[in-house]
Design a protein around this ligand. Structure first.
Ligand SMILES: [Zn+2]
Length: 141
């Protein structure tokens, strides 16, 4: 089993009229040369459904230099109608994301929750302050 010390929150960087199921992301990532397919461990659809990506035991491909010890969680969205970065999470997505992160926090109590942009300032992803929103689920020192 991997040692998980980090949970990285992402968006799929699609506009409101675009879909990004785990299956679609899987094919996009394969086109980009990820031969194991989807780089995230979980995808949260706009309706709040969770779709599995890579199994947790498998190293992801979602955050350069941080994949080995992390879990990648991605919500469908992240761009507004003009294609600009925006927190487009629906109420259902917010509820599911909190439930999923609570569950992961219970299983990996030493994992810090961050957004992709916190590790790579070149990125806007996930377009909200994940570390602050989930401050109550951060490791207790
Ligand atoms: Zn990202």
């Amino acid at each position: 089993m991997r040692t998980i010390t980090l949970i990285v929150v992402h968006c799929s960087a699609v506009k409101p009229d675009q879909q990004s199921s785990a299956a679609q992301i899987d094919s996009w990532h394969r086109e980009r040369g990820f031969h194991l397919g989807i780089g995230y461990h979980y995808v949260i659809r706009r309706n709040g459904d969770i779709e599995p990506g890579r199994p947790e035991w498998l190293i992801g491909a979602h955050c350069q230099n941080h994949n080995k010890y992390s879990i990648g969680v991605c919500y469908e969205g992240g761009l507004n109608v003009r294609g600009q970065p925006a927190d487009t999470r629906t109420a259902e997505q917010k509820a599911t994301m909190r439930r999923l992160l609570e569950h992961l926090h219970q299983r990996y109590p030493r994992a810090v929750i961050v957004g992709h942009r916190d590790l790579n300032p070149q990125k806007a992803c996930p377009c909200f302050d994940a570390a602050r929103e989930y401050a109550d689920l951060q490791p207790k020192l």
